[in-house]
Design a protein around this ligand. Structure first.
Ligand code: AMP
Ligand code: ZN
Length: 478
């Protein structure tokens, strides 16, 4: 049975067939590095990670590309609102590049603690401006652009399949764009900026020369330029959260296909549903913002959160609550203690992961694989792991080998957990402490003393004492 995935393009479950035999090009929209990732964002990256690990399990060679957005992303995805990077830099009294470097580090620290495998290529928008300019030139030469108010716009009316990915007609799309802040330069409200020359932000920090004047790129162009640079003009999988379907991914598709004339640009679009808090979506703007560090402060291991996410299907909303995270924590603890008891029945120092090809272990592994092939059904895959662990007829060595092999996809670090080895990923590191100290200083400046105290207390619980001095805050281990 092949791997089946739900493709947003066409809105149906399809067998996965890559463009080039066993090689898979995978592009997942990466973070905008103006703040910490919240646990909703991290759900998107755990989803990508499980999919990539699944593809590798089934023999595909995956090239995973992730962008880091350090320029051009406004608070409204449709060119409305503030510049996220600039606003954050002003609030923190830092330069845009300092803010970007800080939160990029914090992001990869989080993903490492969640055992998300590092992408093969991590590309920063500010390091690919020439690629973006070259792509915009192609779009312009193909006749899809117009100049207005100093900016270069993409004219969506010239691209007939504009609503194909979202399933919305252009007239419906127009209604949802920028109701609050209509852009008088746009012919259709769905048109979008490829290049800003007359910035709406007078103090724009980063600008570059271009054929359209000195300025900076719109947000969407970076993903088209960087994905095609590393994966070719047509590639297999593009992933992100469902919020990106209607604007960001629709615009990426329009401009990419306008430039190359090739359709479809991306064969499979994979979108994860949201992590929500009491029916509200988790977002930075509503203040409902929980980080992985907050969970650590409450006594949760990052892998408790990973286990929690695996318990839901990626296309279903997951409601976050501390109680349900506690259940996941207990389940993960029980899993580790069951596996430790099994390990105690063998005399081996450590059992290596191995996919069984015969006997009962193979049956459990087959049911695990079948769950993954069914549009990445991780709740069922977890049940298959539990069925294996609870199967008392299995020789202990076979159970461990098969469980560790399943863990190559689940990413729960079972080998380290069972043999109580330090995997080196969940300890608090110095960069993380520095990041928290900076966040606490910013919270104090903003008179958010609750948050400042939370940080001090959560570090204390983890054995780190903060000492405020005249010239800043020092820390020591307790
Ligand atoms: P952003 O940095 O806002 O572009 O978001 C990074 C990724 O997280 C994108 O793929 C978003 O679609 C995704 N995302 C944002 N909020 C949530 C959420 N609450 N639950 C799941 N995914 C989310
Ligand atoms: Zn993107």
């Amino acid at each position: 049975m092949p791997l089946y995935l739900y493709n947003t393009l066409g809105r149906k479950i399809e067998p996965f067939k890559p463009v080039h035999e066993d090689k898979v090009g995978f592009y997942g929209c990466g973070p905008t590095v103006y703040n910490y990732a919240h646990i909703g964002n991290l759900r998107a990256y755990v989803t990508h990670d499980v999919l990539i690990r699944t593809l590798r399990r089934f023999g595909y060679k995956v090239c995973h590309v992730m962008n880091v957005t350090d320029v051009g992303h406004l608070t409204g995805d449709d060119d409305s609102g503030d510049d996220k990077m600039l606003k954050s830099a002003e609030e923190r009294g830092k330069s845009v590049l300092e803010v970007a470097a800080f939160y990029t580090k914090a992001f990869f620290n989080d993903t490492e603690r969640l055992r998300i495998q590092k992408p093969d290529i991590i590309c920063k928008a500010t390091e690919h401006i020439d690629d973006m300019i070259a792509l915009i030139k192609r779009i312009e030469d193909a006749g899809y652009t117009y100049n207005a108010g100093g900016n270069l716009y993409f004219d969506v009316s010239k691209y007939p399949s504009y609503g194909e990915l979202s399933g919305h007609l252009l007239s419906e799309q127009n209604k949802t764009h920028s109701r609050a802040e209509p852009d008088g330069n746009k012919r259709n409200q769905s048109d979008f900026v490829l290049w800003f020359t007359k910035s709406k932000f007078e103090n724009q920090a980063l600008t570059w020369d271009s054929p359209w004047g000195r300025g900076y790129p719109g947000w969407h162009i970076e993903c088209s330029a960087m994905s095609m640079k590393y994966l070719g003009e047509q590639f297999d999988i593009h992933a992100g959260g469902i919020d990106h379907i209607q604007i960001h991914h629709t615009n990426e598709t329009a401009q990419s296909e306008a430039a190359t004339g090739k359709h479809p640009w991306v064969k499979y679009w994979i979108h994860n549903e949201f992590l929500v808090l009491d029916k509200e979506k988790m977002s930075k703007s509503t203040g409902s913002f929980i980080t992985l560090q907050d969970l650590a402060g409450m006594g949760f291991d990052p892998l408790d959160y990973r286990y929690f996410l695996l318990g839901g299907h990626y296309r279903h909303q997951i409601k976050f609550s501390v109680d349900s995270l506690k259940s996941a924590q207990n389940a993960r603890k029980s899993l580790l203690s069951a596996l430790r008891s099994i390990a105690a029945k063998t005399d081996a120092a450590e059992i290596a992961p191995a996919r069984a090809t015969s006997g009962k272990a193979a049956e459990h592994s087959d049911s695990f694989d079948a769950a993954l092939k069914d549009d990445l059904n991780t709740p069922r895959a977890l049940s298959s792991l539990w069925a294996l662990v609870k199967d008392s007829e299995m020789p202990p060595r076979d159970t461990l080998a098969a469980a560790f092999d399943m863990d190559n996809v689940l990413g729960l670090d079972l080998v380290a957990g069972v043999y109580q080895k330090d995997s080196g990923a969940d300890g608090i590191d110095e960069a993380e402490i520095d990041a928290l100290i900076a966040e606490r200083a910013a919270a104090k400046t903003a008179k958010n003393f609750t948050r400042a105290d939370e940080i001090r207390n959560s570090l204390k619980e983890r054995g780190v004492i903060l000492e405020d001095r005249q010239n800043g805050t020092n820390w020591r281990y307790s």
